[in-house]
Design a protein around this ligand. Structure first.
Ligand code: HEC
Length: 110
């Protein structure tokens, strides 16, 4: 009985966090599609090969990915990126929860 309680407690403490992250990433994947990121980016061979995001979660920190989405001008300057067309600034207007979901998704790409 004690073991069962212990397991339930562990599950109660760890499951919500994992599930929330997975849900965020899943929503981020949908947003990636609806926001048409693939017009300029490629993941798993799909989209524009201008910029490949296949291992972006391994190359960048989540702070850097976040900055690319909300302030691409600053991010491009730091990365000394000269690729054109430049990333649009319009994503800064997305609800913060959507930006977080996009970041969660991109960080799963390793
Ligand atoms: C009009 C083209 C365009 C669109 C649309 C676009 N981006 Fe970008 N993005 C770029 C360019 C150009 C870069 C710089 C790539 C480089 O220099 O390697 C970039 C860089 C990035 C990077 C950093 C990549 C790296 O390898 O360091 C991330 C992350 C990113 N974009 C995410 C997104 C997301 C998420 C969306 C959709 C919400 C999006 N982009 C839509 C053009 C675009």
């Amino acid at each position: 009985m004690r073991t069962v309680m212990g397991l339930m407690l562990m599950a109660g403490l760890t499951l919500p966090a994992t599930t929330a992250a997975a849900q965020d990433a899943a929503r981020g994947e949908q947003l990636y599609a609806t926001q048409k990121c693939s017009m300029c980016h490629q993941i798993a061979g799909k989209g524009n090969k201008l910029s490949l995001l296949d291992d972006v979660g391994a190359r960048l920190t989540k702070e850097q990915v976040h900055e690319w989405i909300v302030d691409p001008v600053a991010a491009a300057a730091k990365a000394t990126s000269t690729k054109k067309p430049m990333m649009p600034k319009t994503y800064a207007k997305l609800p913060p929860a959507d930006v977080d979901a996009l970041v969660a998704y991109l960080m799963t790409l390793k």
